[in-house]
Ligand binder design. Structure first.
Ligand SMILES: *[C@@H]1O[C@H](CO)[C@@H](O)[C@H](O)[C@H]1NC(C)=O
Ligand SMILES: *[C@@H]1O[C@H](CO)[C@@H](O)[C@H](O)[C@H]1NC(C)=O
Ligand SMILES: *[C@@H]1O[C@H](CO)[C@@H](O)[C@H](O)[C@H]1NC(C)=O
Ligand SMILES: *[C@@H]1O[C@H](CO)[C@@H](O)[C@H](O)[C@H]1NC(C)=O
Ligand SMILES: *[C@@H]1O[C@H](CO)[C@@H](O)[C@H](O)[C@H]1NC(C)=O
Ligand SMILES: *[C@@H]1O[C@H](CO)[C@@H](O)[C@H](O)[C@H]1NC(C)=O
Ligand SMILES: *[C@@H]1O[C@H](CO)[C@@H](O)[C@H](O)[C@H]1NC(C)=O
Ligand SMILES: *[C@@H]1O[C@H](CO)[C@@H](O)[C@H](O)[C@H]1NC(C)=O
Ligand SMILES: *[C@@H]1O[C@H](CO)[C@@H](O)[C@H](O)[C@H]1NC(C)=O
Length: 512
């Protein structure tokens, strides 16, 4: 079910004796967990790991000791270090410069997504401290921020990118994209795919905020291209607030358009590349695609607008801190505030069963798409992305709807119950949504039930898969999906902090 067949990762295969992790992660390896679910050991041999971090190793050891259940412990041990173990395809410097660069692949696809790489780093955020050392997590973070800035300045509408030339890694062909028609045009030597997703730009602001908040290292943001990249992000925001029709009825010329030759409706856009009409005056920023890389039905995509509003505000603190940029920082704050007003005005709809809820997408006319998708940003993740408090009344109403059969993409069955989405289609639940469910509740019974379902549904492989058939544990997608594994680890660290007693529970022979 992988959408990029034929794209093979080079990260591990590059080291002569190391198996390609795409194969390695597809079969079980001993020693086994010894628990009911007999989970495989899945970390690569130390010589084959793509980045070594003593703080991550110490954390894996410490947290593991607090996990009583052998299967949960094994899943954490495999999952948390997965990005460092397998996905740091290259970490180095820009030509003739002290500018660090980090090329992080998503896992099974040899390209760097803005969204995935920001989130892959976020799993290590609790361990991030200020350091100038090249072998530190801080250096990996700086390298991601610098490379993302370069990508945005080159192709501000694209979502996924090729290795930097300095790495010496060859670009990967993307057969799915080879016949795309995209404005503005781009070259496939630097871009892997060019779907415009507002959350990709929010992810750049997110990883920047995360680094700054943990290190207070404002001077780093002055050194290279960060300020220009933020200007480029604001330019997209401006261009993507343009409505379909001008006041005189003339059709606006949009800065971006996209079509693909495909049999899947979600892989292209309506109206020959423009998408469905978007009304004037919503104050929302359009998104052509969702974080699943599927096209939006209505371009007023609420979760990405929430995420963008949230991290635009937090990144304005960086802009103020670096000095001489108060105007730009002020613009960021104003846009963030205006987006919040627009989301409340256009994104909230009344339902008879659940009261006032957030819509997933709106068009500013009268159409609303009521659903949620597993990928982050989602409506479920609104507190996780810092947009609102989890006890917000509209959020709680929304949560009750999207975690029920009233959400057209809530998947049910004996194996796992969770939100899915059109990317893998009906019948496939995404553990990533179960993880976000845990992050966004204090209800211990709910947390325990979700953990139980995650631990029991890895098909013995001991990794977090992208999606799972809710009636057949052996039918799953993506054996190597680093983001979801890191997110699982991050959630366990959060539980260690918030609910350590849950990590002391047994998940063996449970009937929940
Ligand atoms: C665990 O799984 C491995 C690999 O499938 C298998 O060889 C082994 O017998 C299993 N152990 C138990 C106790 O089920
Ligand atoms: C990580 O450490 C191992 C030794 O434990 C070494 O063989 C390997 O090359 C190191 N990996 C990197 C990327 O430095
Ligand atoms: C960096 O140097 C390499 C090798 O000299 C060259 O091929 C490449 O074009 C340079 N890249 C940039 C971004 O200047
Ligand atoms: C880029 O496109 C050209 C022309 O279509 C093609 O020949 C080449 O193989 C592509 N390169 C990659 C890395 O996909
Ligand atoms: C985009 O198209 C223009 C006009 O045809 C051309 O000059 C330019 O080189 C193209 N850019 C890329 C990145 O292919
Ligand atoms: C910054 O970090 C503090 C504590 O470490 C946390 O409470 C706060 O929410 C963080 N802010 C952002 C914007 O991430
Ligand atoms: C949008 O509508 C407002 C009034 O409601 C008008 O002032 C503005 O010019 C319109 N903008 C566009 C691009 O149509
Ligand atoms: C209609 O829009 C096009 C493209 O934006 C522009 O070139 C043209 O001048 C506009 N015509 C009128 C009558 O507004
Ligand atoms: C479950 O999925 C596996 C893997 O796709 C498949 O081989 C098997 O036949 C399926 N089992 C049933 C009962 O459909």
């Amino acid at each position: 079910m992988l959408r990029f067949l034929g794209v093979i990762s080079l990260a591990m295969a590059a080291k002569a004796q190391c198996p390609d992790y795409i194969d390695y992660s597809n079969v079980p390896h001993g020693p086994f967990s010894g628990g009911e679910y007999n989970l495989s050991y899945m970390r690569p041999d130390p010589a084959c790991r793509t980045f070594n971090s003593s703080i991550v190793e110490q954390t894996v050891d410490r947290v593991s000791q607090g996990i009583a259940d052998p299967d949960l412990r094994r899943l954490f041990t495999n999952a948390y270090p997965n990005t460092l173990d397998t996905a740091i395809a290259w970490h180095g410097y820009a030509n003739d410069s002290d500018e660090e660069l980090t090329f992080i692949i998503t896992g099974d696809i040899n390209a760097m997504w803005l969204r995935d790489s920001a989130n892959q780093m976020q799993s290590y955020l609790p361990l991030l401290t200020a350091s100038q050392a090249f072998d530190s997590l801080a250096s990996l973070y700086r390298g991601v921020i610098n490379l993302q800035a370069r990508y945005i300045l080159t192709d501000r509408y694209c979502n996924s990118f090729q290795p930097p030339v300095e790495s010496g890694i060859s670009p990967s062909p993307n057969p799915s994209a080879s016949e795309d028609t995209v404005r503005p045009n781009y070259t496939n030597s630097s871009v892997f795919e060019c779907k415009y997703e507002l959350d990709s730009l929010a992810a750049f602001l997110e990883v920047s905020t995360n680094y700054y908040n943990a290190t207070q290292d404002a001077s780093f943001f002055k050194n290279y291209q960060w300020v220009d990249a933020v200007k480029s992000v604001l330019q997209v925001a401006d261009e993507m607030m343009v409505p379909t029709y001008q006041p005189n009825g003339n059709v606006s010329e949009l800065a971006y358009s996209f079509t693909r030759l495909t049999t899947r409706a979600t892989e292209t856009t309506a109206n020959d590349g423009l998408g469905n009409p978007f009304n004037n005056g919503t104050g929302l920023i359009r998104s052509f695609f969702r974080p699943s890389d599927d096209s939006t039905i209505f371009q007023g995509f609420i979760p990405a607008n929430m995420m963008f509003a949230s991290y635009l505000k937090s990144a304005s603190d960086i802009m103020y801190a670096i000095g001489d940029q108060d105007d730009l920082a002020g613009q960021m704050c104003d846009l963030s505030e205006n987006l919040r007003t627009s989301i409340s005005k256009h994104g909230i709809v009344h339902t008879s069963n659940h009261g006032d809820i957030y819509a997933y997408e709106v068009d500013g006319y009268m159409s609303q798409n009521i659903m949620d998708d597993a990928n982050i940003p989602s409506l479920l993740s609104a507190p996780f992305i810092g947009y609102l408090d989890r006890d917000d009344e509209v959020y709680q109403n929304t949560r009750s709807l999207i975690l029920s059969a009233d959400n057209p993409y809530f998947m049910r069955g004996p194996v796992i119950n969770a939100i899915g989405g059109p990317h893998q289609g009906p019948g496939y639940a995404w553990p990533m949504a179960s993880i976000i469910r845990i992050f966004t509740t204090d209800d211990e019974a709910e947390i325990t039930q979700q953990l139980q379902q995650i631990v029991s549904s890895t098909d013995g492989l001991g990794l977090i898969h992208e999606s799972i058939n809710t009636f057949n544990e052996s039918d799953w997608t993506r054996q190597w999906f680093s983001w979801a594994n890191g997110l699982f680890g991050q959630m366990i660290l959060d539980l260690e902090d918030r609910k350590p007693e849950i990590l002391g529970q047994s998940f063996q022979n449970s009937t929940s």
